[in-house]
Each structure stands twice: as structure tokens, then as C-alpha cells.
Design a protein around this ligand. Structure first.
Ligand SMILES: Cc1cc2nc3c(=O)[nH]c(=O)nc-3n(C[C@H](O)[C@H](O)[C@H](O)COP(=O)(O)O)c2cc1C
Length: 328
């Protein structure tokens, strides 16, 4: 096929870097060669303490890959996605190849547009239920990417998981290496191209409610506020485990987040229990028989907050020239 217009790839790459990542580390690199975009894990940007195995970084790369795909599809391009990593090239997480034209669906255009509005909202949400039809839409979003959403309220697992979040948060609060890492990446000025700016932090809670957001993402200069009583908690799961499942889970997570954005919902993450060994084991145990949990989302209705900046696409992009097969 003919080479894609540069603007279509430019738009797709601009969408890719809008993906969420732990502490806004943006642990990705992209290589463009002809009509192929490769997504690579950038090991230098994997959090050594909170994410020693690169699990959260692979979720982030999966989310970036999903943004690429949805952006290309919304521009009327068909794509073939090869999910990796493969053992020989563990940091190459996905290869996206253009595969002709295909009429963009309205839903795809809506998700592509939501990429530039989605953000993590760490502020209090309204005490307003997410209607069943919207919950169903989020579940279906995960399924479309080979993932699964499990709501915690329907199962009696809510208080157990909320308690694991609190326990993990307490363990991390007493861990100086963990705290130093979080301090390095948070409370940045608004224009910082990576890390979490102070403006994206939430106010301190007036009392500790059922769910505990990360204290390192609190802005102590804001007045204390009451948070919603019982936010909707959704776990994103996959059937399998391992690096491949983590990339797949990142794609599913991103389709869920973009669907939530398109539905007017706000979301934030509760990753603490995934980051300490025993709380992680307990989480795995809770979902035995259902799949491997990868991330926990707090979802509800909130007031919009500011977007967080990103590094420029040119900082994360390499063009590779294809070997000239006509030579000789
Ligand atoms: C795998 C993963 C884990 C995350 N965990 C947390 C978390 O525990 N607490 C939090 O407030 N934000 C968490 N985040 C959100 C990031 O901090 C956020 O995506 C990043 O700062 C960029 O901001 P944005 O999402 O508003 O674009 C997580 C993001 C990812 C992808």
C-alpha cells in the first residue's frame, strides 16, 4: 500500500504519548519504519522500586499501543496488531502495521477524541452511582481487547480490597526507598514534561474513607475535603499472566478509560496493593478462578481537572529506514 500520510502517523503518535503511566514516567519509545509503528518499553524509565519487574510500565505501553490503534482506525485505516513481547526481544511490546483502508466507526472516532480529554482525576467524586448501562459498556470495552472488568461491589470483595489498598499504602509510607522514588516523580511544576505535577494532586481527605488514594499524590496546601463514600471500584483482569498479558491488559485498561471518558466519567488508579509482595498475592487470591488482576480503577463522576504534560513525540521517536530491496 502507499505510504501513510505523515500527519496521520503524527496524530497517532501524539495520541500514543497521552497514555497514562505510573508517575507519568512515559516508559515507551516508538520506531516508525514505512507503514509500521513499533512500541518499545524504555527500561530506563521503569520505576526500580515500585515496579521492579516492569509490570506497570508494560500496562502503560499497552495503553500507548491502544491509543495508536484507535487513532489510526479513526482516520479510516485498518491495522494489524502483533502483540509481543517475544522472548528474543523482550522490550518490543507491540507492532502495529497498516493494512489498507476501513471506514471509521463512530465509536472509534469518539474514543480517539477522548484520548485528548482523558486524565487521572485524584479529586473527590460526586456521591452518584454509575448506571448499569454504563457499567456494562466498560465491561464490554475490556472484553473487546481480550481483557475483563470485574466490579468489586457485586461480590463482597469491596471491603477486602479496600483494606489491602490501605495496608499497602501504610507499608509504602514506612519504606524510605519507596517514598524517595515517589517524591522524585511527584509535586513537579505544571510545565514539567514528565512526572506528576502538583496541580494534578488531590486535596487531603478530611477523614480516611473506604478507599485510600496515594498520599504521595496529595497536595497538602489544599484545604481538606470529604471524598465520596464508596466509589465504583473496577479491576482489569486477563485470563493469562506474564508480560504478554500485561500489554494486553494495558490495551484493555485504556479502552475502558477512554470509554469512561466518553461517558463523562472520571477515573483514578489504586495501584498500591500491586506494588508490595504480600498484598499482591492476596489480590491474586481474591480473583482466583476469574483471571489475573492487573490494575484497580476508581470510577465516578467528578469535575474536570487539568491535563498533565508529556515529553515531545520527537523525544521518543526514531525513524528507521527500510533496507532497499531493489539494490543489486
Ligand atoms: C499502571 C499505572 C498505575 C498507576 N497508578 C497510580 C496510582 O496508584 N495512583 C495515582 O494517583 N495514579 C496512578 N497512575 C496514574 C498516573 O500517575 C498518570 O497516568 C500520570 O501521572 C499521567 O497523568 P494522566 O493520567 O492524567 O494523563 C497510574 C497509571 C498507570 C498506567
Amino acid at each position: 500500500m502507499s505510504r501513510p500520510l505523515p500527519t496521520v502517523f503524527d496524530q497517532a503518535l501524539a495520541a500514543a504519548v497521552r497514555a497514562p503511566s505510573p508517575h507519568n514516567t512515559q516508559p515507551w519509545r516508538f520506531v516508525v519504519e514505512g507503514d509500521v509503528i513499533e512500541v518499545w518499553l524504555d527500561r530506563e524509565r521503569v520505576l526500580p522500586i515500585a515496579d521492579a519487574h516492569g509490570r506497570e510500565a508494560r500496562l502503560a505501553c499497552g495503553a500507548a499501543a491502544f491509543n495508536l490503534v484507535i487513532s489510526l482506525r479513526s482516520n479510516g485505516l485498518a491495522v494489524v496488531v502483533r502483540m509481543l513481547p517475544d522472548p528474543a526481544e523482550p522490550d518490543l511490546v507491540a507492532v502495529i502495521r497498516l493494512d489498507g483502508n476501513q471506514k471509521a466507526l463512530r465509536a472509534e472516532r469518539q474514543l480517539a477524541e477522548a484520548v485528548f480529554r482523558r486524565h487521572t482525576n485524584r479529586r473527590p467524586f460526586l456521591d452518584k452511582d454509575v448506571p448499569p448501562v454504563v457499567r456494562a459498556a466498560l465491561k464490554s470495552a475490556a472484553l473487546q481487547e481480550g481483557g475483563q472488568v470485574e466490579y468489586l461491589d457485586a461480590s463482597g470483595r469491596y471491603s477486602t480490597v479496600a483494606s489491602l489498598v490501605r495496608q499497602a499504602e501504610a507499608l509504602q509510607a514506612g519504606d524510605s526507598a519507596f517514598q524517595a522514588e515517589a517524591a522524585f516523580w511527584t509535586h513537579r511544576p505544571p510545565e514539567s514534561p514528565d512526572g506528576v505535577p502538583k496541580v494534578a494532586a488531590g486535596p487531603p481527605p478530611d477523614h480516611h474513607g473506604v478507599v485510600t488514594l496515594r498520599a504521595s499524590h496529595e497536595d497538602e496546601d489544599l484545604p481538606v475535603r470529604e471524598y465520596e463514600q464508596e466509589p465504583l471500584l473496577a479491576a482489569v483482569l486477563t485470563r493469562d499472566r506474564g508480560p504478554h498479558a500485561e500489554v494486553r491488559a494495558g490495551m484493555a485498561m485504556q479502552r475502558v478509560l477512554l470509554t469512561a471518558t466518553a461517558e463523562g466519567l472520571a477515573a483514578s488508579f489504586l495501584s498500591q496493593p500491586f506494588e508490595t509482595a504480600w498484598t499482591r498475592e492476596s489480590l491474586d487470591h481474591i480473583f482466583t478462578g476469574l483471571g489475573q488482576p492487573h490494575t484497580l480503577l476508581r470510577i465516578g463522576y467528578g469535575y474536570p481537572t487539568r491535563l498533565t504534560a508529556r515529553r515531545a513525540v520527537t523525544d521518543v521517536l526514531t525513524h528507521r529506514t527500510a533496507p532497499d530491496v531493489t539494490a543489486n
